[in-house]
Design a protein around this ligand. Sequence first.
Ligand SMILES: [Zn+2]
Ligand SMILES: [Zn+2]
Length: 140
Amino acid sequence: MAGHEFSYKCKHCAFEEYFKQGHGYLVRPQSFQEYKNTNQKLFHYEIHNKIVRLYLTHPDLTINATFQVYKCPKCNILHDKVQVTLTEGDKSLHTNRFKCNRCKSRLKLTNIHRLKKARCPVCGKISYQRQKMQVRLWQS
Ligand SMILES: [Zn+2]
Ligand SMILES: [Zn+2]
């Protein structure tokens, strides 16, 4: 399985970062059994504990994991995170949320295809831009 990787580069200080979006080899929709069998600490311990707890009352839950890009509404800094949505049938049980490590605001899921500029995490200027033709396929 493969997702996309986007490059963002600062026009001011030339700092460059890659953001993943989509599914990977382990980060993908899976059942509790599949998740348990991978035997890896795939997610943050809080979401891991949530999965284990919800499984007791929702044995058919699906763990929908996807690499997503989030943006802090205050700092305008981008963050690459694994979004985990726990569902049972059509019902959504839980979605993990993230806080900005600088200002503690709740991060917003971003449509990276529409996002043109963001703040550079190194120099702080709004000159962080997605590079054209830098979409790479990756596996993990
Ligand atoms: Zn922030
Ligand atoms: Zn910069």
